[in-house]
Design a protein around this ligand. Structure first.
Ligand code: ADP
Ligand code: MG
Length: 615
């Protein structure tokens, strides 16, 4: 057959290359911000419309460009940052390949206004499909403004590939945070659809972190700083008791460039072993500085992975530095003048997280949760209990785990585990026994039940809250001394959306200036000193669900509250508390599983047990 190879026309080759650099609006935000930093700007403003799909604009007060540079900067391989191959090994700027602007010009419409410092007039350049359409003098402030409009207008397939606005905006915020975190000496702002989302004044790294992560970290950051001939590390880790359920705030920077490294993350996590509960994540923002020649510069600049010459040394170093910081902090907490009183008294740092500690944290409000009469119990609906449908595989997992034969796995005893088609009627006076501070054993007419107290409480609270959202709200107890909740801008947006539902669920939360809320009231079983913590935990859990997606806002909130407010396994309960718990469970519409499908109880039949004992 005939020849089949043709050379791609330039503009198509360009578009393909461009797509690797500019994958989404956030890539342009990153490239343009980095260029502004490289240009020595002390103030950088980012404007986004339509999650960056219609506009990404970055305005800086950096050194600006001459008219010639302004024309040429959109050419592929146009860079002022390296001149020869040796330069590559000492690269200190954020960019150096001369690809970003060429790529942006290949996939969007671009407008550039720039004025070289100390010159009277600036230059205006307009491009479409990588071609300069306009180039003329313009009056403009010193520095550079680059606007990228209608991303992928010329590549509909890619445009369709973009995610929803909230999702693209999240990527943008992520890039913005990573960059602004590593340059606290530069003023940054980010505005979305005309509204300023971040306004970050120049300051110390600590101040920058607090501006980004929320004022709650004011007294919760431990400084890390070690210097050697080979490399330096500095930054902050969160105090162990601020570790969260979501991985969110963990940042590594190498020579001020954000990187992802599962390996180095492991080093930090290792330093936190025994200080934080399993499955929780400490905050960290750590900056490693080393001779650029010890890094593999051939790793593409838009990629976040990085290759070190000797990874193991860096691992050991990071781990030691974090351990050292944590040890110093816990031995000499009074040296940290920012430390607030409650933290000073807590032994969360010097002692590992234990069941006892968990108990003391949850017990105070627990008794009241169970006994208070103004809670929306469903006791009256018990008479028409629905038979429930246990989740198909739950029983199978359990029979396996408990060593009982699988149903239908042989002729021999079918197992002591009943299929529990219906929760048996119980006399509320039946005594309940707690085992391992986790399981409640209750005699039933035909055998006994083993109930997991935390799972049961999750189910009870979930139904109680669902009921409250539909009808009668949970009563609010006004706070005598309303606490304020300061959050990151991202969390503030999230809480704002939930205010109404919160109100229905017993939390009266009111916006109070930027990223701050006042907690005017909470459900009556929450003590004043726990108001803030309780709300923060719910929001944290909610974010956890947010990452998985799938549920409606309300459903996520219901589940978050049920999980966060449920009594923990490991908590001793009084006879009265256990009986109320069992009673409340009996009143549930679907008592068999937690909202997330974990089993709540197992029923053991006496006759099956008798058989197993040969009686
Ligand atoms: P690189 O950053 O890899 O050099 P870019 O395509 O990002 O490549 O930018 C090309 C060149 O344009 C830069 O090297 C720089 O000289 C110039 N430039 C880009 N943005 C700015 C800016 N905001 N201020 C001044 N010069 C800039
Ligand atoms: Mg660049």
């Amino acid at each position: 057959m005939g020849d089949s190879i043709t050379l791609l026309p330039d503009h198509i080759a360009n578009q393909i290359a461009a797509g690797e650099v500019i994958q989404r609006p956030a890539s342009a935000v990153k490239e343009l911000m980095e260029n502004a930093i490289d240009a020595g700007a002390s103030e950088i403003r980012v404007f986004i419309n339509d999650a960056g799909k219609s506009l990404v604009q970055v305005i800086d007060n950096g050194k600006g460009m001459s008219e010639t540079d302004a024309r040429i900067c959109f050419e592929r391989h146009a860079t002022s940052k390296i001149k020869n191959i040796e330069d590559l090994f000492q690269i200190r700027t954020m960019g150096f390949r001369g690809e970003a602007l060429a790529s942006i010009a290949g996939v969007a419409e671009v407008e550039l206004k720039t004025r070289l410092q100390g010159t009277p007039l600036g230059t205006y350049v307009e491009l479409e499909n990588s071609v300069v359409r306009t180039c003329e003098p313009v009056a403009t402030p010193e520095g550079t403004s680059i606007a990228m409009k209608n991303l992928f207008f010329n590549i509909p397939a890619r445009r369709n590939f973009l995610k929803s606005n909230p999702s693209e905006l999240r990527h943008i915020v992520e890039e913005f945070i990573r960059i602004s975190m590593s340059f606290p000496g530069i003023f940054f702002s980010l505005s979305s659809n005309g509204q300023e989302v971040y306004h970050l004044e120049k300051g110390s790294l600590k101040q920058r972190l607090i501006q980004i992560l929320g004022n709650g970290y004011q007294s919760n950051l431990v400084s890390v700083r070690e210097e050697t001939d080979y490399l330096n590390i500095y930054g902050f880790v969160g105090k162990p008791d601020t570790a969260k359920k979501t991985r969110g705030d963990q940042y590594f920077f190498v020579n001020n460039r954000f990187i992802k490294s599962a390996y180095l993350n492991h080093a930090v996590m290792h330093a936190f072993t025994d200080l934080i509960p399993k499955d929780s994540f400490p905050l960290y923002a750590l900056f490693i500085e080393l001779d650029p020649s010890r890094l593999d510069i051939n790793v593409h600049p838009t990629k976040q992975e990085i290759k070190f010459e000797d990874e193991k040394i860096i691992y050991a170093f990071v781990q030691a530095a974090v351990k050292h910081a944590l040890a110093q902090y816990s031995v000499t907490p009074t040296l940290d003048f920012d430390l607030d009183a409650t933290i000073q008294q807590s032994d969360a740092v010097s002692k590992p997280f234990t069941a006892e500690k968990q108990y003391s944290a949850t017990s105070s409000s627990l008794y009241r949760t169970f006994t208070q009469k103004n809670q929306a119990h469903f006791i009256d609906t018990r008479s028409n209990l629905d038979p429930f449908q246990p989740e198909g595989n739950v029983e199978k997992i359990l029979t396996g785990k408990f060593g009982f034969p699988q149903p239908g796995s042989g002729p021999a005893p079918s197992g002591a585990l009943s299929s529990a088609a219906q929760l048996p009627r119980l006399n509320p006076e039946t005594p309940v026994t707690q085992l391992h501070k986790t399981y409640l054993a209750v005699e039933t007419p035909g055998g006994f039940l083993v109930i997991h107290q935390q799972n049961a409480h999750e189910r009870i609270l979930y139904e109680r809250y669902a009921h409250a959202l539909k009808g009668k709200p949970i009563p609010i107890q006004r706070s005598l001394f309303p606490a304020t909740l300061e959050t990151s801008p991202a969390d503030a947006v999230l809480i704002q959306e939930l205010l109404e539902d919160f109100h229905q669920l017993g939390y009266q939360v009111e916006p109070f200036g930027k990223n701050t809320f006042v907690i005017q009231g909470t459900p009556s079983d929450i003590t004043e000193e726990n108001q803030k913590g309780s709300l923060e935990k719910i929001v944290e859990q909610y974010k956890h669900f947010n990452m998985d997606g799938g549920f409606s806002k309300r459903e996520k909130l219901l589940r978050s509250m049920a999980i966060q407010r449920a009594v923990r396994a490991g908590t001793p309960l009084s006879q009265k508390e256990m009986q109320v718990l069992v009673e409340d469970l009996l009143a549930c519409e679907s008592p068999a599983t937690t909202p997330n499908g974990k089993p709540v109880f197992l029923e053991f039949k006496k006759e099956e047990l008798d058989k197993m004992f040969g009686r």
